[in-house]
Design a protein around this ligand. Structure first.
Ligand SMILES: Cc1cc2nc3c(=O)[nH]c(=O)nc-3n(C[C@H](O)[C@H](O)[C@H](O)COP(=O)(O)OP(=O)(O)OC[C@H]3O[C@@H](n4cnc5c(N)ncnc54)[C@H](O)[C@@H]3O)c2cc1C
Length: 500
């Protein structure tokens, strides 16, 4: 081994770029191998042949994304809109409007969320039926034991057990699951539902506040970030699909196989999504020998669809970001007014609207024209002026098996950052971490965690400081500690008899 340990990172999304950047800064010899034509993973953006910017879905950056906001500051970038207000629609029209929560007097969580969210139709009695669920919110502390207790149950069953009204479930909780976990309640793990809802909505009043990139994340963040990595000596290679590993007799990974090429490695970090990892396992005898990697074949991933429409006229869309429910039973969708969000479209004469569908299985086989017609029809249910407008250009991006499916029972097959190989580490938005974050922030944080494990292994360089999520509010801390004491007492009386 030379002075500089050689690290191969596989996959250039938030996780892989996070690991690559930190290790490059600490003087490691890092090569990042990306299967696609550009960095960014699910957040990549690119230009159409006609020179228009498109991306694989619009990405929000929520208030608790502390590590991503710190990175953007360190890179001296200014990519974001101000905090924006959002709305929710059903086929009946406007259902909910959210304020900017941090601008309102702070109430103990989750009172601010309940008091300040403006529900247009949902009766108070339905909203109050959420109160008993607070026990599960307190009981689910993101620990390994909590995941094991709740992961075998569906989110729908959890809400039913705690007496949530049918209307509150259909009009509030399930829409949140469809856009937060990309699946309907009967297909989501209750553990994932509790973790996601707490992180984005319930933990602190401001958590649901969100900013958006003023262009594609690819152009505004990934491109300058990749340039910085390269200027520090990191090596980013695109169009490199990894298929296998070489392992020595002691069980250490010695190289990564990528088509005809072989990259020697002192340590390897995988930063690919579930579908990508399953393809690697399928082609890798080295990984197939390990149970933890074979078991990844039990995991699932979800189809998404990203549609961008250019209209012949400007349509007044009240809020720049909107979530929709009730149009298809198992599909949620969002629409964004890009004239309001993206610098590039601010002066367009017609509206540019992005519409993203989550759990979009039934739409993927349709041809583009059929999809565009459905999308225009749905938009017109929310904002009637879309009915008369003409679509002058469109982009339809199909993303089969693209996002992590936190299905009931999936936790037992997810991986932690360390693996049974002494020098192979995992990162990505599906990796188990006790940090508590989700989505892009989680992917980035797990990349930093994997980088720290490499730094620990070689005792070379400084560990990266990972910002923790904001602490639980005092009343939640007290409730959690009381609950834990009661759990310990009951465990002492009836040890390991009932299902967790
Ligand atoms: C439509 C949509 C909307 C979303 N909205 C939001 C949002 O508003 N806010 C939010 O925080 N999150 C959102 N997400 C989720 C977010 O995109 C992901 O959590 C995050 O991007 C995951 O990053 P990652 O680094 O873990 O994985 P990925 O971004 O999936 O990156 C993995 C990379 O690995 C590469 N790869 C795969 N196989 C190989 C191989 N064999 N060899 C080399 N490279 C390989 C892939 O090409 C990819 O570039 C959304 C996702 C989608 C699809």
């Amino acid at each position: 081994m030379t002075d500089k340990p050689k690290v191969i990172v596989v996959g250039a999304g938030w996780a892989g770029l996070g690991a690559t950047y930190q290790l490059t800064k600490q003087g490691y010899d890092v090569t990042l191998l990306e299967a696609g034509a550009q960095a960014g993973g699910l957040v990549a953006g690119w230009q159409t042949e006609g020179g228009r910017s498109v991306e694989a879905g619009i990405h929000g950056f929520w208030y608790p994304y502390r590590n991503i906001f710190a990175l953007v500051k360190e890179l001296e970038l200014d990519p974001f809109t101000p905090w924006t207000r959002s709305a929710q629609y059903s086929p009946a029209g406007l259902e909910v409007e959210s304020p900017i929560f941090q601008d309102l007097p702070r109430l103990p969580s989750p009172l601010g969320t309940f008091a300040y969210t403006q529900f247009k139709r949902l009766p108070l009695s339905d909203r109050l039926s959420a109160l008993p669920l607070m026990y599960a919110v307190v009981d689910f502390d993101n620990s390994d034991q909590a995941w094991k207790r709740y992961d075998g149950v569906t989110a729908r069953e959890l809400f039913r057990q705690y007496g949530v009204s049918e209307r509150l479930y259909r009009e509030s909780f399930e829409p949140m699951l469809l856009v937060g976990l990309f699946a309907p309640g009967e297909q989501c793990s209750a553990a994932a539902a509790l973790g996601m809802l707490y992180y984005f909505i319930l933990a602190h009043q401001a958590d649901f506040d969100v900013v958006w990139c003023r262009g594609t994340v690819g152009a505004k963040i990934f491109q300058p970030w990749c340039d910085r990595i390269t200027s520090l000596g990191g090596n980013i290679l695109t169009n490199r699909r990894v298929s296998d590993l070489q392992v020595d007799e002691s069980g250490k990974v010695t190289s990564v196989i990528c088509g005809e090429e072989k990259f020697d490695a002192d340590a390897v970090i995988f930063s690919v999504g579930i579908s990508g990892m399953q393809k690697i396992v399928t082609s890798s005898p080295a990984l197939q020998k390990r149970r933890e990697f074979r078991n990844l074949m039990n995991l699932g991933a979800i189809d998404v669809l990203a549609v961008r429409l250019w209209f012949d006229r400007k349509i007044d869309v009240p809020r720049p970001s909107n979530a929709c429910f009730g149009f298809d039973v198992t599909t949620g969708w969002t629409f964004f007014d890009l004239n309001a969000l993206h610098d590039e479209y601010a002066n367009e004469t017609g509206s540019v609207i992005e519409v993203d569908f989550y759990h979009a299985n039934q739409f993927l086989p349709l041809d583009n024209q059929e999809i565009v017609a459905i999308v225009q029809n749905y938009l017109a249910s929310c904002v009637p002026a879309f009915k008369e407008a003409k679509v002058v250009d469109s982009s339809v991006i199909r993303l089969p098996r693209a996002v992590t499916h936190f299905a009931p029972g999936s936790y037992q097959n997810l991986l932690k950052a360390s693996t049974s190989f002494p020098n192979l580490y995992m990162s990505g938005d599906w990796i188990i971490t006790n940090h508590g974050s989700w989505s892009q922030e989680k992917a980035y944080v797990t990349g930093l965690e994997a980088a720290n494990l490499v730094i620990q292994q070689f005792s070379q360089g400084n560990m990266t400081q990972i910002l923790p999520i904001e602490a639980d509010e005092p009343h939640i801390q007290i409730a959690r500690s009381l609950n834990q004491s009661l759990r310990n007492m009951s465990k002492a009386l009836i040890p390991n008899f009932f299902l967790p």
